[in-house]
Design a protein around this ligand. Structure first.
Ligand code: SF4
Ligand code: ZN
Ligand code: ZN
Length: 378
């Protein structure tokens, strides 16, 4: 089965299809020897993972993804017993898959005799980026998900914290839309987690995202970004730990998880992503993966095992040495004023000068040659 992100369109394409977002949407074609069997229980498989030469029935597929995420978290020491975690949710397949996996793990922990890793299902935090209809739909989707499962949800509006939503902030000229969006996500998620006493922020970056970022960083030999490209960024004074539990899970797998679990997610891409070079890297890697299943994972895994530790040894100390509190907000930064406060000040100055109040249409912000990854969860 060719890997692509299964979604509502797949379900609609099936003759006599079940309602959108059901597991039938990912049923693989039958081989000459009949349908493939689930490797775990021998029932007919509906999800086949060519890169991993394996196939699952619906319940076993959910179990497979949950186990993979649990292993990734345990091996990366992402969450320690008794810690409070918050999941950054965007309404997309990755973050909702992650939130569902963690909420399910917390429920299982509660019925287990072992002391729970998660004492309660984790809260979610949604950053409202102020990107018109797209943000409105994303927020509704996240709120529906949280309400249906009784999960606590916090909402932080970028416009309230920065002085403008992402399109207008991009118009101020300081950075591309994705540039200002990425730094706002990092800054605001950290500020929120610190204020609310969370120990770790978990984000939905998947393997496709991480491999594409890696390719971009390698092509530019950006050693500092390569050094920082780890599944866990440990906390230190003023910075809450950040971790990526889906770092070994592909985009296709998270989409399939949502379809199988009946999770409604926002399928459309952010309108501001157009033209971002990250998408080109992602597409290149997807084509390589089609020819050589498993290559994307090998590329990323090899980097984490072989090169990243060397970069950490060489550059880690020197990077930490340059940090000081921002003169405006106190967040650790290398300059006198952090990038977030600089953008906020620039926006305030434009407002005072009577400029920049007019909102932008999606995608119209200035862009540098290569933007950061257009991820939903920062
Ligand atoms: S594509 Fe992603 S990073 Fe860029 S503006 Fe949209 S949500 Fe933000
Ligand atoms: Zn099975
Ligand atoms: Zn600041």
């Amino acid at each position: 089965m060719t890997e692509h992100a299964p979604g509502r369109e797949d379900a609609a394409a099936l003759p006599g299809a079940a309602p959108a977002n059901t597991w039938r949407a990912v049923a693989p074609p039958r081989s000459r020897r009949g349908p493939r069997r689930c490797v775990r229980c021998r029932q007919p498989a509906v999800v086949e993972l060519p890169g991993q030469r394996t196939a699952f029935c619906p319940p076993c597929y959910l179990h497979h993804v949950r186990q993979k995420v649990a292993r990734t978290m345990a091996e990366g020491h992402m969450l320690r017993r008794g810690e409070r975690a918050v999941v950054a949710v965007s309404g997309g397949k990755d973050s909702l898959c992650l939130w569902d996996v963690l909420a399910t793990a917390a429920e299982a922990d509660a019925t287990d005799e072992a002391p729970p890793l998660l004492e309660a299902p984790p809260a979610g935090v949604y950053l409202d980026l102020g990107i018109g209809e797209y943000s409105a739909r994303s927020r509704e989707t996240v709120e529906r998900f949280a309400e249906a499962r009784g999960l606590p949800l916090h909402v932080v509006a970028v416009a309230e914290e920065l002085g403008a939503g992402i399109p207008e902030a991009a118009r101020s000229g300081a950075r591309s839309a994705c540039g200002v969006c990425g730094l706002s996500k990092r800054h605001l998620l950290n500020r929120f987690a610190l204020a609310e006493g969370y120990d770790v922020v978990l984000t939905g970056h998947n393997l496709d995202d991480e491999a594409a970022v890696l390719l971009g960083n390698v092509l530019q030999w950006d050693l500092e970004q390569l050094r920082r490209q780890r599944p866990v960024l440990e906390g230190r004074p003023g910075l809450v730990r950040r971790a990526k539990p889906l770092v070994r899970t592909t985009e296709w797998e998270t989409a399939a998880y949502c379809v199988v679990a009946g999770i409604d997610y926002v399928v459309e891409e952010c309108p501001m992503a157009e033209g971002n070079r990250h998408l080109v890297y992602k597409d290149l890697l997807a084509r390589l993966e089609d020819r050589a299943p498993g290559i994307r994972s090998a590329f990323h895994r090899g980097f984490l095992r072989r090169l990243q530790p060397l970069l950490e040894d060489q550059l880690g100390e020197q990077s930490l040495a340059g940090l000081q509190p921002c003169a405006r907000c106190g967040a650790p930064t290398t300059g006198e004023v952090c990038a977030f406060c600089r953008v906020a000040e620039r926006l305030a100055a434009r407002r005072e000068a009577g400029d920049g109040a007019e909102p932008l249409s999606a995608g119209a912000g200035p862009r540098p040659p290569a933007g950061p990854p257009p991820s939903r969860t920062g």
